[in-house]
Design a protein around this ligand. Structure first.
Ligand SMILES: [Zn+2]
Length: 448
């Protein structure tokens, strides 16, 4: 029955006939309510795990009772916050659609443009698109602002993570908005012209444009945008530098530069990452170095894991999957772009490219949730194999130490609910990783 219904749904979605009777808006609202209900149920399951009073067996040795309780409290507070923001933000989102507020906003924007056409060389629809998108963008920022303030200055503050000052918060907000404008307006204009001029092959040009844009942004983000928010300094610790260089030579990793990033100016959460296409840069958070002082092997273990990702071409594989995914989406968008009944169902009496895209992305909500499940599954497989790579290099016990330290310092969840974790996490849980690393370890010993 479900399959038949899905077939009917996709057939009506992809037709360009004016099918007055398909209530797309109602379907979308129903789907979104469904997705929210599932997510709230998972939140509730995870919440119950924060009530548990015992330390998981795998962590008994490393975790002190006070630290465990602090992590449980932090998790519970974050859970409350996430439920509240989920309910409010989804509520606002659904109300906007259910009350046909967006068609009214679009109409209002086009009236303003008609009255004072600001730039005569730019088509009126494009001008309206820019105005409409700006209002939506700013509205969205405004709604999420109280949540961001609460998260940074109340929740993170309470557990000693927040290092952001009010001044830095405002500066970040302004810089972020300006960068969005500098990147967003030209991209939006480019996209509009692509959609306007590509005719029958819309899906193909749309796919080419959006894929190249996202690859370009991913490449430019670390060297051009990140330095606007953080300082990057070459690693000073000569001993660690030499050890990292030796590790890189050992695995044939094309190491370019090693930087330390002042992550601690905003938060004491720690991390490390790599960037670059041919030559790779390594970035270590200063907080990571601080937390693993005099334990260089742990940092090397983390980097061996990262080099495992590189060796097994995980980034390229993810990129390929991403490109295929967006190809399917672009093709489907090409099929729905002319279906006028979708526009009418959402209360729009005019067809505009940006509206088509907006409604298409709403129609995709249920599919997106399923796809993110699959992506998380693939990502978890990759994490296991990168751990395995580090283990084969002899870093198994150091990697466990590093992961436990990272987990404790970040007060991450000690008792993850299996279903919650399956849906939300792109990484296996700490205990799952320890199990895999230790299991493999004992097997290697047996085989020796
Ligand atoms: Zn990884």
């Amino acid at each position: 029955m479900l399959l038949g219904w899905l077939r009917e749904w996709s057939a009506s979605l992809f037709s360009s006939d004016d099918n007055e009777t398909t209530p797309y808006l109602q379907y979308v609202l129903l789907f979104q309510a469904g997705v929210s209900a599932v997510e709230l149920y998972l939140d509730w399951r995870q919440r119950k795990c924060y009530e548990l009073k015992y330390i998981p067996k795998e962590l008994e040795k490393q975790v002190k009772p006070e630290k465990f309780q602090k992590a449980q409290n932090y998790g519970k507070d974050k859970n409350t916050f996430s439920i509240l923001s989920e309910v409010i933000q989804t509520g606002v989102h659904m109300t906007l659609f259910a009350t046909h507020s967006l068609p009214r906003l679009w109409k209002y924007c086009s009236q303003i443009i008609e009255k004072h056409s600001f730039m005569n060389s730019i088509p009126a629809e494009l001008q309206t698109t820019l105005l409409f998108s700006s209002v939506l963008f700013l509205g969205n920022k405004l709604i999420s602002l109280p949540f961001r303030i609460y998260n940074t200055f109340v929740l993170e503050q309470r557990y000693g993570f927040n290092k952001t000052t009010g001044k830095l918060f405002v500066k970040d907000l302004v810089t972020g908005t300006l960068i969005s404008a500098v990147i967003g307006y030209p991209s939006l204009m480019g996209l509009w012209y692509v959609l306007e001029l590509s005719g029958q092959k819309l899906w193909l040009y749309f796919w080419l444009f959006t894929s190249s844009l996202s690859i370009l942004l991913a490449l430019l983000y670390p060297p051009l945008i990140m330095p606007l928010f953080n300082k990057f300094q070459p690693l000073q610790d000569q001993k660690l530098r030499q050890e990292i260089e030796e590790l890189a030579t050992q695995v044939g990793f094309p190491l370019n530069k090693i930087y330390v990033m002042d992550g601690s100016k905003r938060s004491s959460h720690s991390n490390a990452f790599m960037y670059g296409i041919w030559k790779k840069g390594i970035v270590l958070y200063d907080s990571l170095l601080e937390q693993n002082k005099d334990h260089d092997e742990r940092i090397l273990a983390v980097l061996a894991h990262e080099m495992g990702h590189w060796k097994m071409k995980h980034t390229q594989k993810m990129l390929l999957i991403g490109l295929l995914h967006s190809l399917v989406l672009s093709w489907s968008y090409g099929k729905t772009a002319n279906n006028e009944s979708i526009y009418r169902s959402f209360g729009f009496d005019t067809k505009a490219h940006i509206i088509g895209l907006l409604l298409f992305s709403e129609l995709l909500t249920p599919l997106d949730s399923v796809l993110s499940l699959i992506m998380n599954f693939i990502s978890r497989r990759f994490e296991y194999s990168a751990d395995d790579y580090a283990r084969n290099m002899g870093y198994s016990s150091y990697l466990i130490e590093a992961l436990v330290t990272l987990h404790l310092e970040n007060l991450s969840t000690m008792h993850p609910d299996p279903l919650y974790s399956l849906y939300h996490n792109s990484h296996p849980t700490l205990t799952e990783r320890i199990h895999a690393l230790e299991k493999d370890d004992s097997e290697t010993k047996k085989n020796q």
